[in-house]
Design a protein around this ligand. Sequence first.
Ligand SMILES: Nc1ncnc2c1ncn2[C@@H]1O[C@H](COP(=O)(O)OP(=O)(O)OP(=O)(O)O)[C@@H](O)[C@H]1O
Ligand SMILES: [Zn+2]
Length: 481
Amino acid sequence: MVDIRLTNTRTRKKEAFTPIDAHDVRMYLCGPTVYDRAHLGNARPVLVFDVLLRLLNHVYGADHVTYVRNFTDVDDKINAEAQRRKAAGSDLSLEDLIVERTDETIAWYHADMDALGAARPHHEPRATEYIAQMIAMIETLIANGNAYAADGHVLFDVRSFPEYGRLSGRSVDDMIAGARVEVAPFKRDPMDFVLWKPSDADLPGWDSPWGRGRPGWHIECSAMSEALLGQSFDIHGGGIDLQFPHHENEVAQSCCAHPKAEFARVWLHNEMLQVEGKKMSKSLGNFFTVRDLLDGGNPGEVIRFVMLSTHYRKPMDWTQAKADEARDIMWEWRKLTRDVQPAAQPDPRVVEAIANDLNTPGAIAVLHGLRDDPALLLASARFLGLLQQGDGDWMNADLQVLDSLAEYRGIDDVLAQIEARFDDIRAEAMQSKDFSRVDYLKSALTDAGLEVRMSKARVELILRPGTNQHRVVGIADELAS
Ligand SMILES: Nc1ncnc2c1ncn2[C@@H]1O[C@H](COP(=O)(O)OP(=O)(O)OP(=O)(O)O)[C@@H](O)[C@H]1O
Ligand SMILES: [Zn+2]
């Protein structure tokens, strides 16, 4: 049996992982608010949990693991977009416009995460489908003395839960001192948070014992995780930005609604994808979407490789240099494993690295040592969700180019072919006095890392360390067609 160890935010320790029930290992990941395309930061928890899922499937058997990731589809930003469409003259009702927006966003999300090789969770509940369960949980919290209704709102009374602040390691008084909290006349304590709030007549709302309204954000994950995984389950995760207040509040709600249960045993938090030292986020505007990268020619498995190259508990940056390097490595591995059947099992060292707190960079380091054993390389890379069948189209296109060059004759032949075409194009340009194609070709080759020497007589291409050879092959193909 593989020993799994995970860093538990709750205890701040790396601990041996023991599931509550090895026949039914259960995990929950806080999913996206579906108002717009996912940015690359949003993909990080998805990929971390995808690696964890593969590990749990390997150790406990895929039939014994349940993975839930929600869609938050009650949100002001979704409403705002629907209202914008209404104002722009749509005939649809606001409700329908909201569904239209969330449906299209979910479809984008699926397409983008599929492209990164992330398996779909077993359940993807939408908050709007669990309003009844949220209302029931809020009623329990009121009955247990942990929540109170005031002014159309229901608030969680943080002072009623002595453990409040434990997950994020601060006391309520520290929080009040450090946080910008919304003070409202109906709150008993400034840290009390909303479980239910009234909804304006022109916005979506649901009938409840406290009038027409809508749930707060935190209650949805408490209600949906209970409905799909039970009152106690194994792993709960999300980005570290959710530790407080979202996860702290989930703990308060679930533990007070079910004082005898454990709620989540292990809390797993990924560090942030950053841009120049700051969290990539919609609100800061310093983001690019997964789709931007895919459409920009970065294959999904290359993006995945870059994301897994940093341990999930470390902040990371995205750079195009990392992507280019990853692409070259994937290209080489795809070439090595072409027409190879994967070994029956991944290299145990790869499994061990992942079992050791999801050490993805360690696992990738092992892969680098497997070039001499393509079958094992393939099985081990697949364990990380790389080199999957069907994901190699970007590579197949490149490989076909190589094939069309009458087998792979080596980069020198490819360069010679480009040089010959370049000479023709230059001769044509001399005639027409239009040098745009020459300039374009020169910069494409330079961008690929080649040195381009132009003498009067001829063009000479010189390989340099780091030349992106598959791009060079791509250019040869463009010129040939
Ligand atoms: N820069 C980031 N790096 C890693 N994970 C992130 C980053 N930004 C958001 N996440 C994670 O993405 C998931 C979805 O979050 P959510 O839908 O709340 O994001 P969002 O509202 O689009 O993000 P934001 O407004 O912070 O850009 C959460 O698990 C969150 O922790
Ligand atoms: Zn959540």
